[in-house]
Structure formats: structure tokens, C-alpha cells
Write a protein that binds this ligand. Structure first.
Ligand SMILES: [Zn+2]
Length: 671
């Protein structure tokens, strides 16, 4: 998903308050901080399901028949879920359906079944007969109701354009359950038949291919769509209004053709011809590097909907009508959503903790298209833009947190930092392995889902390198390195010089930021006789390097090709006088974050040598409330998560004691 940038919180509020189409165009260059409204509501209510109970079965096929009535914003549906047991004995099936939806009838293989349907969205069905491993059955559910968020930017939304009703959906991440019963986790994929019944003057779009259009009753039409490629619940979508329609084609290098379908508001139809004109070229580019478009037997296209961004629904992206301008202002959103057909839809994030696998890939694809289309300098400009918008998002209300299992799914950390992580993977692996990786990733996980650990494993297999260090610091921890560096040179012999470089990392350990980012750092040296690039393996907080160059250096650049997500300031050469076991810190170091804790925090300490350690937490009365470590500990960095949930809100003291030192840090618990 991509949403366009809002410049400030004030604008965000204005955005929520205003009619979308009345919004003046802001800088159209980056990824918004604005979640869909329904999601803000739901996160406030219940958060998303970190621990899901929809286990023990595998969905094989959905039949989803829904009648959408804009006159009262209601839905009434019939859903059949064909599934197979993955357990030796399965007696219950857990699904999700928002509790405000009324279930009229529920059967398993034609036999009425008992069930519990409880707030907020749990539907647990008692199977009339226990199932054995591999047995299959069909749950059939008739239901009706008024989906939450209806009338606004809901998961299922009833809205208007030019006074004409439009029905549309955007279910990512867990909105499908607001309008149809399902196993609502991103790793579950199956085929799906959709029958969308809407007022007869409307056309209803769906995933896959249109099978039939019938009139089930006067004044209504039913559009039957079949998605024959595996699809997950959040990618199943409907849009329906008085669409204008046009078609284009993408032709593969081997001559196969794919229809590109456009369902656009009639008032925007002419503008859309301009905005989508080069879509076939962009598909051809991604096909050339990621393998052919994944859903060649079906289609790709865009359906307009009333949202300030777009959503990569499988085979048919839903595209904000306000993005259709006839000026290509939001071309990057078209590119971003298209790339999700590979990375997001073909290979889907395995859990919502891995959302950066969808968005980081798609953000980098946006830049890769620019590199292909406009060249290296334009690509560099795009990456710098991503860097700055990530920095801004961290400095704003979103704050700093790791990209894996993020505190906020739709902002600069998951999106722009995610894009930068792909860029740095390219740097660390080199061009050949990087591009090979995508084909291997597709081979392993096409029509399936993958998690962050799968990414690391695949990259390690492709490159033959251990990448623990990279994932630990960039993915599982937070922030970025802040470098101070300097250089000096001395003549060596008649025609050479020795260059000394010092690199110091000065970032604070705020919110799980590593003390040291281990990275290869390129140093570009311009000399009296030419240019040289030397790669230094920087793995210490303060570090000196020396190397020889031909001629006499006239200029030295730090990371001249801009491969590292960082800040870097040239502050002069610093000699690091001693290199203890872990150079740069000679005594123990203790860090906390987040602080205040609500109620979890991560306590980090670093020891220069193995030694006896006691790590305890005291309240302000001096009473010890927890002992986290007591014993011999190894040198290096250790991180411990502490859950202060059993403690009252207030100030506590975290104390690290070694035979020679005692360090105390104040920790606030705010619940
Ligand atoms: Zn996206």
C-alpha cells in the first residue's frame, strides 16, 4: 500500500476532516504517515492479532457471495470455506468475523453447527464430526450487517463521487473480517470465487477473471469473478460504481499478452489515459528483473476508489481517484503498487511483523524503476529523498523502533528505511548476487508467504555469507549509524602515500539503536594521479585504518556512492590510542529504551571483558523489584527485554554492578 505524503500532523488532521478530492496537492514524493481511518479505530480497540488462533486447518477455496446495498450501507453474504485439517484430530475451527455482523445460518457440510461469535471478531465453530489429518469439509455461513467504518475509509466503504455511490474495500491488514468471515492471516492462501451483487447501474470489479454477469433480481446485477491463483484474505477486494472502462495490453518478450483493465470514474477517464500510459513499460522492466508478471493467465489493472493512496489488490490495484491527475504526479504510486504484484501478492509477508518485506521491497522498486528509466543520479536523488523522509518520520510522533515487528506499520521506518535496507543488501551482496536473489526468492516462496528469517536464509544461501550481523543491527534493532570521520596522509617513498582514516560512531543507544553498526565503508580517494576506492570493515565504535595509495591525496570522501543509511560528518582525524578487547568503551556501558517504558523496555549492556555482573531493578524506596542477571557474563553486547507490567507506573532504577563499577540509570514506567 502507498499513501501520499502529508507535510505535518496539522495537515493530517485536515486530511481526515476534508473531502479527499478537495485536498490541495501536497509534495507528491513520499509515503504517507496516514493509516486508513478504520485501522486507527481498530488499533485503538484491540490492536492486530499478534498471536493468532486460526490454526489446525488449511483453507483450500473460498466462495464469497455478497450483496452490497449502498442505500443503507449494509451487506448480506453467503461464504463457503473449503478447508482441510492439518491436525490428527480437529474438533474446532477458529475464524474471524466482526462481532457486529449477524450470523443467520452456519453449517458444516450441510449439517447445522454450534459456534461462538464474540467481541471483537472471534468466530469459533464446533465441528459436528471430528476431522482427521487431511480430511476436508466446507463451512457455510449466511450473515448480514453494517460493516464497521462504512461511509468512511472503511475496510468496506460506501462513499460517493460526483453524487454517485461507490462501494470499495481496503482490507489490509485485518479488515477482511469486517465484511466477510475468513481465516484472516496473510500466510493463508487459497483460490477464491467472488460474486458481488450491486445495484444494476454499477459495474463491480474483483480479483482474477470475470466469469459471468447475471441479474438475480430486477435492478441488481451479480458479477462473478474467479481468482485461480492463490490469494490471501487481505488482497480480496471489491469496487463498484458507474465506472468508465478502457483496456490496454502488456506483451511479453515471448509474445504472450496480458489485458490491462482500467475502471475509472467517468469524470477522470481522459486523465487516466495519460497517467497510466507507460504501465506496459514498467511491467516489462519488472518482468525482466523479477521474472514474468505473476498472474499472466488473468489480468492487471486499476480500479479507482475514494482513498488518498492505493492498494495492491491481487491482479487489480485499487487506485485513489484523487491520484488521477493527467500529469503523472503519482506515477511512483503506480510503480509501487505494480511491484507489489511480485512482492506482497506473489510472495506475501508471512506475518504483520514482516510487513517491511512488502513495503521495503516496493519502495526500493520505486527507486529501481527510476534508476532504469532516468539513470543513476535520479536514483540517488530518490534514495536521498527516502532517507530524509525516514529521518523526519523518526523525529516526529512515530519515533524510533526496529523495522521488524514495528510499532507503526505505515510510516517512514517500514517504508523508506525498508527501501534502504534493500539498497544496503545490494551493496553488501554485490550486483550479481543481489539480482539472483530475487529469482531465488520467487522460486522458494511464489504463491506463498515468507518471513524475515526466510529472507536472511535466502540471502545467505545466494551469497554464501553469514548475515547475522546485518540483520541484527539493521532489521532487529533500530536507527542508523551517525559517523564522525577524518583523514590524514603522509608521503611514502617517491610516488605513494599512506592514508590514515578514523571512523567514530556517535549515535546514542536510544530505543534499541546498536552501539556499533558493523558495515563495510567505502572511502574514495582522489589523488594527484587518479581515483581509488578502499573498503574498510568498520566494526568498532572508534576505529583507525591505514592504507596506501598511489600519488598524493587531494580529497577523501566517505561512502562516495551513498550506499549506507547514515549521517556522516568530517570532523578531523582522531587517533584511537588503545585498542582494548572492544575498543571504544573501556568500562561497562548500560543503555535503556524505550524509556519511558510502557511497560516493556530493552536493557542493553556492554562489557569490555568477561566479568561478574549483577543487573537489578529497584523502586525509589530502595526495594529490589527484579534481578535480571547475576553471574559471570561474556564480553560484548547483551540485551534483555524487561516487562514492567507487574510494576506500578513511576520511576525505577536499573543498576548494573561489576566488581569495579556500579552504573545506575533511571527508568520510567508509564502505563
Ligand atoms: Zn505498498
Amino acid at each position: 500500500m502507498a499513501t501520499r505524503m502529508m507535510a505535518s500532523i496539522a495537515l493530517l488532521i485536515a486530511f481526515i476532516a476534508q473531502n479527499l478530492t478537495a485536498l490541495p496537492v501536497q509534495q507528491p514524493k513520499t509515503y504517507s504517515e496516514l493509516p486508513p481511518k478504520w485501522e486507527a479505530q481498530r488499533i485503538a480497540q484491540v490492536g492486530w492479532d499478534a498471536t493468532d488462533d486460526e490454526t489446525g486447518y488449511d483453507v483450500l477455496h473460498y466462495n464469497i457471495e455478497i450483496r452490497f446495498d449502498p442505500s443503507d450501507e449494509s451487506v448480506s453474504g453467503h461464504v463457503d470455506m473449503l478447508f482441510a485439517s492439518t491436525e490428527a484430530t480437529l474438533t474446532q475451527v477458529a475464524m474471524h468475523l466482526e462481532s457486529n455482523m449477524d450470523i443467520d445460518n452456519l453449517e458444516v457440510d450441510g449439517t447445522p453447527a454450534t459456534y461462538t461469535h464474540s467481541y471483537p471478531d472471534n468466530l469459533t465453530i464446533d465441528l459436528p464430526q471430528a476431522m482427521n489429518l487431511g480430511d476436508s469439509a466446507t463451512v457455510s455461513i449466511d450473515y448480514h450487517g453494517f460493516p464497521l467504518g462504512g461511509g468512511g475509509l472503511g475496510a468496506l466503504s460506501f462513499s460517493e463521487h460526483m453524487g454517485v455511490p461507490i462501494i470499495s474495500s481496503l482490507s489490509e491488514p485485518e479488515g477482511a473480517r469486517l465484511w466477510w468471515p475468513c481465516k484472516d492471516i496473510p500466510s493463508e492462501k487459497s483460490t477464491a470465487r467472488m460474486v458481488w451483487t450491486v445495484p444494476g447501474q454499477f459495474f463491480a470489479t474483483g480479483n482474477g477473471l470475470l466469469q459471468s454477469v447475471i441479474s438475480p433480481e430486477p435492478g441488481w446485477r451479480s458479477y462473478e469473478w474467479l481468482e485461480n491463483y492463490p490469494i490471501t484474505s487481505y488482497l480480496i477486494a471489491v469496487t463498484a460504481t458507474n465506472f468508465a472502462y478502457w483496456q490496454d495490453w502488456y506483451v511479453t518478450t515471448s509474445g504472450d499478452s496480458l489485458p490491462l483493465d482500467y475502471y475509472i470514474y467517468p469524470e477522470d477517464s481522459a486523465l487516466s489515459l495519460v497517467d497510466f500510459a507507460d504501465l506496459p513499460d514498467v511491467i516489462a522492466f519488472f518482468a525482466s528483473v523479477f521474472g514474468e508478471y505473476p498472474f499472466m493467465d488473468e489480468k492487471y489493472g486499476h480500479a479507482a476508489f475514494p482513498f488518498g493512496g492505493a492498494m495492491e489488490h491481487q491482479t487489480l490495484t485499487s487506485y485513489g481517484a484523487s491520484l488521477i491527475t493527467g500529469t503523472n504526479a503519482y506515477h511512483w504510486i503506480m510503480v509501487h503498487e505494480l511491484s507489489h504484484q511480485w512482492w506482497g501478492d506473489l510472495v506475501t509477508c508471512g506475518t504483520w511483523m514482516d510487513i517491511w518485506l512488502n513495503e521495503g521491497f516496493a519502495v526500493y522498486c520505486d527507486a529501481l524503476w527510476i534508476e532504469y528509466d532516468e539513470g543513476w543520479q535520479a536514483f540517488q536523488n530518490r534514495m536521498n529523498y527516502f532517507k530524509n523522509s525516514y529521518f523526519q518520520s523518526e523525529q516526529g510522533w512515530q519515533g524510533r523502533f526496529p523495522i521488524y515487528d514495528p510499532e507503526y506499520m505505515w510510516g517512514g521506518t517500514v517504508y523508506e528505511k525498508g527501501g534502504w535496507i534493500m539498497h544496503m543488501i545490494r551493496y553488501v551482496l554485490g550486483e550479481e548476487d543481489f539480482w539472483d536473489f530475487f529469482l531465488e526468492w520467487r522460486d522458494r516462496y511464489a504463491f506463498d508467504a515468507a518471513v524475515t528469517a526466510d529472507l536472511q536464509q535466502t540471502l545467505e544461501d545466494v551469497s554464501g555469507e553469514d548475515l547475522d550481523w546485518f540483520f541484527d543491527e539493521w532489521v532487529y534493532m533500530a536507527g542508523y549509524p551517525e559517523y564522525e570521520w577524518g583523514w590524514q596522509s603522509t608521503p611514502y617513498g617517491a610516488d605513494s602515500s599512506i592514508v590514515d582514516v578514523s571512523i567514530t560512531q556517535v549515535q546514542s543507544m536510544l530505543n534499541q539503536t546498536p552501539l556499533v553498526f558493523t558495515m563495510p565503508v567505502e572511502i574514495g580517494v582522489t589523488t594527484t594521479v587518479g581515483e581509488e576506492v578502499h573498503t574498510l570493515w568498520n566494526n568498532q565504535r572508534e576505529q583507525n585504518f591505514s592504507f596506501m595509495v598511489a600519488g598524493t591525496p587531494t580529497d577523501v570522501e566517505f561512502d562516495p556512492d551513498n550506499w549506507i543509511l547514515k549521517t556522516a560528518e568530517e570532523t578531523g582525524y582522531v587517533f584511537v590510542p588503545t585498542q582494548p578487547t572492544l575498543p571504544g568503551y573501556r568500562g561497562p556501558v548500560l543503555g535503556l529504551g524505550p524509556n519511558p517504558a510502557n511497560p516493556n523496555t530493552q536493557i542493553t549492556y556492554i562489557l569490555p571483558t568477561p566479568q561478574q555482573v549483577t543487573l537489578s531493578i529497584y523502586n525509589l524506596m530502595g526495594q529490589k523489584v527484579a534481578t535480571l542477571v547475576d553471574g559471570m557474563q561474556p564480553a560484548g553486547l547483551t540485551q534483555i527485554n524487561w516487562d514492567g507490567g507487574s510494576q506500578a507506573s513511576g520511576i525505577y532504577l536499573v543498576r548494573l554492578e561489576t566488581p569495579t563499577e556500579r552504573i545506575t540509570r533511571k527508568l520510567t514506567i508509564l502505563k
